[in-house]
Design a binder for this molecule. Structure first.
Ligand code: HPA
Length: 234
């Protein structure tokens, strides 16, 4: 038991899938896992452990933003022994050749700052995905006929961004999309010798202002769960 997770030791699997939304964790656990068991509900942040093709998996919400994800990922890694952490989430596209519904595998995650800034201080550390997970996820996405992009993303501290000039620089430097969690996940994984990946679906487009209809979100989320599971247990 930790300040934010009530699971007993041993109730969390070494492989943890992390959607932002706790209700997506519940949906994914019920849709994809055998024998899902609720292992956390502190503050309404839901976590479930079950099996997929005989492999133990935990699906646990991260909340929104790097400070929230950092709390859960820290406790999952240091107190419960999580070794592979895969974020599944939405993102806003920043390139013309990236479309709503496309899958983005975040090879790197740039940021202005993360909760690890206090440790890294003047070092501009380059948070990057685990190569094995990235390769396996790309193969899994291609096998599903998803339109998939692999490249750099931007992890922002703000959803309601008031720096259009910064977004222009991101686009100019080839950043595929913006979301709010991956950079800290990658930094924590590097610090603790874990594997991490962010699998994202484009939910809105910053250049065209197109948005994924709410009715399509469950389908695209399910695709991400399958890609994450296949990458984790390739
Ligand atoms: N900004 C930040 N995070 C996001 C966005 C966005 O536009 N879309 C989906 N996640």
């Amino acid at each position: 038991m930790t300040p934010h997770i009530r699971a007993e030791p041993g109730q969390i699997a070494e492989t943890v899938l992390m959607p932002g939304d706790p209700l997506r964790a519940k949906w994914a656990a019920e849709a994809f896992l055998e024998g899902p068991e609720l292992v956390n509900d502190v503050r309404g942040m839901l976590g479930f452990t079950g099996t997929w093709r005989g492999n133990r998996v935990t699906i646990h919400g991260s909340g929104m933003g790097m400070p929230s994800l950092s709390i859960y990922a820290n406790e999952l890694i240091t107190q419960y022994g999580a070794k592979t952490l895969i974020r599944m989430g939405s993102c806003g596209a920043m390139q013309a050749d990236v479309a709503v519904r496309d899958v983005i595998l975040a090879q790197t995650a740039s940021s202005l700052s993360t909760p690890s800034r206090g440790i890294l201080r003047e070092l501009n550390f380059a948070p990057c995905a685990d190569w094995g997970l990235l390769r396996a996820a790309e193969a899994a996405a291609q096998a599903k006929d998803s339109r998939v992009h692999v490249g750099g993303i931007y992890s922002s501290d703000v959803f309601y961004d008031e720096r259009p000039d910064l977004n222009e620089q991101m686009t100019r430097h080839g950043i595929l999309a913006v979301e709010m969690e991956a950079a800290e996940l990658y930094i924590l994984a590097a610090r603790h010798g874990c594997r991490a990946l962010a699998v994202l679906t484009v939910s809105d487009h910053l250049l065209t202002h197109e948005a994924l209809p709410a009715s399509d979100r469950q389908q695209t989320f399910g695709d991400m769960v399958e890609i994450a599971l296949e990458a984790a247990f390739v």
